[in-house]
Write a protein that binds this ligand. Structure first.
Ligand code: CP
Ligand code: NVA
Length: 307
């Protein structure tokens, strides 16, 4: 594995291997602590947008395994503004052993990878959030095992998190449905790609407008903010369109009785997800957030070729 930029770049076997390793590293962490496999390694973390989970979980993943991480703020780097992305990438490659980048435009993380001589990880772009999807898959497997016939349902905006969830569901053979309002669909190119993958893995893809129809028989209901970072000027328009897509107790009650409710966080409580559901019996939002740590240790270990 050279980089970790998008779930679509990886085969089902490669993704399953990463998840198996994540399960192993998680068990090991709680039993004895992880061995210092990342000793002498530093992860450079470029952030063009705010973060709690991505920043802290990558930093702690490195520390738990004997390595270190360096936070590089938007003001310091000025990616593509103070200096070209190609130059930033070539300079950083000589200082650190891997780069994680959270960017606005997906093309920017691809450009970093193009010029980098060390592995590059996509820590969220406007197009996808592959590290989140790995933690999500780990959380789903912990709850339901490796069953193939799961119904994973995303309710809301067809955004970066939805794209990565669709990709991983399709790769792992889970059925994936999304209910989104008109104008907020998953990009057509990603849908076509997922449809091709699904012919090999047997997963069923469904695209709907009605959240109630979507959640019938769902084992997983997933939602995310109605307004992603970088779309702030559209907030009022989105707040007017999305209320029928709120994940509340009524909607959750229409799903499978063992349904889990997921959210990548940060949550805008009582907008896309009610307090009652976020803090209720079906919610796994905090174990999902904690699983970022274990999923990312596995990604780093494979990129460093140390496990
Ligand atoms: N889910 C997620 O990526 O959270 P942060 O934006 O806090 O990193
Ligand atoms: N879709 C959200 C995810 C945040 C982790 C965003 O891009 O802001």
């Amino acid at each position: 594995m050279e980089h970790f930029l998008d779930i679509s770049d990886h085969s089902p076997d490669e993704l399953q291997d990463l998840l198996d390793l994540a399960i192993h590293l998680k068990k090991e962490y709680f039993a004895t602590g992880n061995p210092p496999l990342f000793k002498g390694k530093v992860l450079g973390m470029i952030f063009q947008k705010p973060s709690l989970r991505t920043r802290v979980s990558f930093d702690m993943a490195m520390r738990h395994m004997g390595g270190d991480a360096l936070y590089l703020s938007p003001n310091e780097i000025g990616l593509g503004k103070r200096e070209s992305i190609a130059d930033v990438s070539r300079v950083l490659s000589g200082y650190v052993q891997a780069v994680m980048a959270r960017v606005f435009e997906h093309a920017h993380v691809l450009e970093l990878a193009k010029w980098s001589s060390v592995p590059v990880i996509n820590g969220l772009s406007d197009f996808s959030h592959p590290c989140q999807a790995m933690a999500d898959a780990l959380t789903i497997i912990e709850k339901f095992g490796k069953a193939k016939n799961l119904n994973v349902v995303f309710v809301g905006d067809g955004n970066n998190v939805a794209v990565s969830l669709m990709q991983i569901s399709t790769k792992l053979g889970w059925n994936f449905s999304i209910a989104s309002p008109e104008g907020f669909d998953i990009p057509a190119v990603s849908i076509e790609q997922a449809q091709q993958v699904s012919t090999g893995t047997g997963s069923r893809l469904t695209f709907l407008r009605d959240p109630h129809a979507a959640v019938k028989n769902a084992q997983v209901i997933y939602t995310d903010t109605w307004t992603s970072m970088g779309q702030e000027e559209e907030t009022a328009k989105r707040e007017a369109v999305f209320p029928p897509y709120q994940v509340n107790a009524k909607l959750v009650g229409e799903a499978d009785k063992d349904v889990i409710v997921m959210h990548c966080l940060p949550a805008h409580r009582n907008h896309e997800l009610t307090d009652e559901v976020a803090d209720g019996a079906h919610s796994v939002i905090f174990s999902q957030a904690h699983n970022r740590l274990h999923a990312q240790k596995a990604i780093l270990a494979r990129l460093f070729s140390v496990a």
